[in-house]
Write a protein that binds this ligand. Structure first.
Ligand code: AMP
Ligand code: TRP
Length: 338
C-alpha cells in the first residue's frame, strides 16, 4: 500500500485513545487511561479524543454536553497532555470518524455487536435502545483505524472492544486487501480497573449516582478525604495482604498507582496497619496527586479562547491524515471518490 504521509505525522508509532464527555472524570479514568497517555505521549504520535459522538448513544442534555466537552478537554491538558506534541481532538469536529464508521458498519456482522458485554449491560438498563448503542464499538474501531493507531491505552473494561476492533480490521483486510494496521491494547500495570469506593465489586463508573462511589478529578481535598474514610473495607481490623478483601485491595492499588511505590514498599508500609491509618495515607496520596491537576484546570478554564484554539489547531492537524484513510478505504470498496 502506498501511504502518503501528511507532514504532521512523523515516523513514530501512533497512539489513539478517547474518553466520553459525560459525568465527571474520576480517578478510574485517570489511572486507567489518562495517566498512561501522559507517559506515552513523547514516544508515540498521539491523538486523544473527546468522544462526543459516543456520548450521544445515550441521551445527553445538549447544554450540559457542550460544557462537558470543553471541561473534558481541559482535564486532558491539566493532567499533563502537552498540546504541542499531542493532538487533543473533539471527535465530531473531524467528520471522517463518522464516515469511516458507516463504511465499517457495512462489513461488521450484527452478531459481533450483540455479543458485547457493555452493550448487553447498557441496553438492559434502557427502555428504548438506540441503534447507535449497538454501533458504539464500530465507531470506536473507526476512531482507532482512522489514524492507523499501533497502540491504544485504555482501562481493562475496553479490552473486548479492542478485540472487536482487531476483528473488524482483519475482516476488512481479508475482504478488500491489506488496509488497516492491527492496534495493540495497552493496559496500565496498576489501576487498570479501579473499583467503586462504596461497592468494591463494581467498577468505578461515571454513571453511578451514589456520592460515595467515585472520586472526581475535581473533588476538593476535604471531599476526597471524606469519601475515602467512608470507603467499604472488610471485617479485618487491619491490613493483612494475604486475606485482604476487594475494598482494601482497591485502596492499596489506588495508592500504588498514585505514588508509584513497588509491591515491596506497599507490603513494608501497609502490612498490619489499621484501616483508619490506611485510609488517611491513601487519601493524602490522592489529594497530593490531584492538586496540581486541579490548579492547572482552573488556569486553563480562566484563559478565554485558549482551549478552543488548542482544539481547532489539533483538528486541523489531523484532518489530512483522516481524510487520506477514508479516501483509501472508499477506493478499496469501490466507492466513488473525486
Ligand atoms: P469512559 O469513562 O467510559 O469514557 O472511559 C474512558 C477511559 O477510562 C477508558 O480507557 C476506560 O477503560 C477507562 N476507565 C473507565 N473506568 C475505569 C475504571 N473504573 N478503572 C480503570 N479505568 C477506567
Ligand atoms: N469506548 C471508550 C470508553 O468508554 C471510549 C472510546 C471511544 C475509546 N473511542 C475510543 C477508547 C478509541 C479508546 C480508543 O471508555
Amino acid at each position: 500500500m502506498k501511504e502518503s504521509r501528511p507532514s504532521y505525522f512523523s515516523m513514530k508509532p501512533r497512539v489513539l485513545s478517547g474518553i466520553q464527555p459525560t459525568g465527571s472524570l474520576h480517578i478510574g479514568n485517570y489511572l486507567g487511561a489518562l495517566k498512561n497517555w501522559v507517559r506515552m505521549q513523547y514516544d508515540y504520535e498521539c491523538v486523544f479524543c473527546i468522544v462526543d459522538l459516543h456520548a450521544i448513544t445515550l441521551y445527553q442534555d445538549p447544554k450540559e454536553l457542550k460544557q462537558k466537552i470543553e471541561q473534558t478537554a481541559a482535564i486532558f491538558l491539566a493532567a499533563g497532555i502537552d498540546p504541542k506534541v499531542s493532538s487533543v481532538v473533539v471527535q465530531s469536529t473531524v467528520k471522517e470518524h463518522a464516515e469511516l464508521c458507516w463504511l465499517l458498519t457495512c462489513t461488521t456482522p450484527i452478531g459481533w455487536l450483540e455479543r458485547m458485554t457493555q452493550f448487553k449491560d447498557k441496553s438492559s438498563k434502557q427502555e428504548s435502545i438506540s441503534d447507535g448503542l449497538l454501533q458504539y464499538p464500530v465507531l470506536m474501531a473507526a476512531d482507532i483505524l482512522l489514524y492507523k493507531a499501533n497502540a491504544v491505552p485504555v482501562g481493562e473494561d475496553q479490552m473486548q472492544h479492542l478485540e472487536l476492533t482487531r476483528d473488524i480490521a482483519q475482516r476488512f483486510n481479508a475482504m478488500y486487501g491489506e488496509t488497516f494496521v492491527m492496534p495493540e491494547t495497552k493496559l496500565p500495570t496498576v489501576g487498570a480497573r479501579v473499583m467503586g469506593l462504596d461497592d468494591p465489586t463494581k467498577k468505578m463508573s461515571k454513571s453511578e449516582t451514589n456520592p460515595g462511589h467515585a472520586i472526581s478529578l475535581l473533588d476538593e481535598p476535604s471531599v476526597i478525604r471524606k469519601k475515602i474514610m467512608r470507603a467499604t473495607t472488610d471485617s479485618n481490623p487491619q491490613v493483612d495482604l494475604e486475606t485482604a478483601g476487594p475494598g482494601v485491595l482497591n485502596l492499596l492499588s489506588i495508592h500504588q498507582a498514585f505514588t508509584g511505590w513497588t509491591d515491596e514498599q506497599v507490603k513494608q508500609h501497609f502490612q498490619g496497619l489499621r484501616y483508619g491509618d490506611l485510609k488517611k495515607t491513601v487519601a493524602e496520596a490522592v489529594v497530593a496527586g490531584l492538586e496540581p491537576i486541579q490548579q492547572r484546570y482552573l488556569q486553563i478554564m480562566a484563559e478565554p479562547g485558549y482551549l478552543q484554539g488548542v482544539l481547532r489547531e489539533a483538528a486541523e492537524r489531523v484532518r489530512p491524515f483522516a481524510a487520506e484513510t477514508v479516501r483509501l478505504v472508499k477506493d478499496r470498496m469501490g466507492i466513488y471518490t473525486d
